[in-house]
Design a protein around this ligand. Structure first.
Ligand SMILES: [Zn+2]
Length: 277
């Protein structure tokens, strides 16, 4: 089985607005995105298809064919359009918000019937570089990822090992004075898109939880010295991503935390799905 991804981009404008609510209520729900004068995004769409390579041409799908479908089903409806006013589905349904969640589902529903059964695997839509959604054709279930960056110092050092063993195992990362990283944390939550808002989670909800549970504890801190979580725990990224899960997961409920990806440097990242996976 092969998985191949094709990327395209489109630019569109929109607003989020529940017609029967007052302006104040809409701003409470959607923040600046409720502005009826509109806002816009450079969307980046990644379409992933899966299948066996064709015996004659060695391809899962001819990219020329896929590009033509993307042009008809996506570009024609989305690029340089105002989604609330010009999109064939969103313009007719003022109660369907043109959120990234709903756009990903709409694109899936448009593309899937034009492709051989089972070929479409995932639609990923980037609203910007720090917010994207994944849709796998599972009813209303959408995966939402937000990307956060923070800075912290640490020293890899295990209290159960001798100083010499620590130096041997952790090398320069055992430097007694520590070193630091710009950590990048991807928080992926999953859930059904709420019909009223078109969102998996409130627009600012993840930011608020990350601010309190991650930034307040770890941003511009020395993990070994400032964070009680690492008083006796070696702050490797494996241990760190688990600590992050433990502070985030209960505070995100009822939203379901699906995955944390912790990027320690551009060269390495660590994924954690909770203890059960
Ligand atoms: Zn380090």
């Amino acid at each position: 089985m092969y998985y191949l991804t094709r990327q395209i981009a489109f630019e569109a404008s929109q607003y989020y607005q529940i017609p029967e609510l007052s302006d104040a209520k809409n701003f409470e729900l959607f923040g600046a995105a409720a502005n009826l004068n509109s806002h816009g995004h450079n969307y980046v769409l990644e379409v992933m298809v899966k299948g066996e390579a064709d015996a004659y041409n060695g391809m899962v799908i001819n990219l020329v064919t896929l590009d033509a479908l993307l042009k008809t089903h996506v570009i024609a409806n989305y690029d340089h359009k105002h989604l609330n006013r010009q999109h064939p589905v969103f313009a007719k349904n003022p109660h369907l918000q043109p959120t990234s969640e709903n756009i990903a589902i709409e694109i899936w529903e448009r593309l899937a019937p034009s492709l051989p059964e089972g070929l479409l695997h995932r639609v990923r839509l980037y609203e910007n570089s720090t917010r994207f959604v994944d849709y796998y054709g599972e009813g209303l279930m959408v995966y939402l990822t937000k990307v956060y960056e923070f800075s912290a110092a640490h020293r890899l050092h295990s209290h159960t090992l001798s100083d010499e063993e620590n130096r041997d195992i952790f090398g320069k990362c055992n430097n007694p004075a520590g070193h630091g990283h710009n950590y990048v944390l991807e928080v992926t939550v999953k859930g059904p898109v709420e019909a009223r808002t078109g969102l998996v989670a409130g627009l600012n909800f993840l930011d608020e939880v990350v601010e309190k549970q991650v930034y307040a504890r770890f941003d511009y801190k020395h993990l070994n010295l400032d964070a009680p979580e690492f008083e006796a725990l070696n702050p490797t990224s494996e241990n760190f991503v688990k600590v992050l899960w433990e502070v985030l997961e209960p505070n995100l409920r009822p939203v379901t935390l699906h995955r944390l990806r912790l990027r320690e440097t551009p060269k390495n990242h660590f994924d954690y799905y909770g203890e059960s996976f």
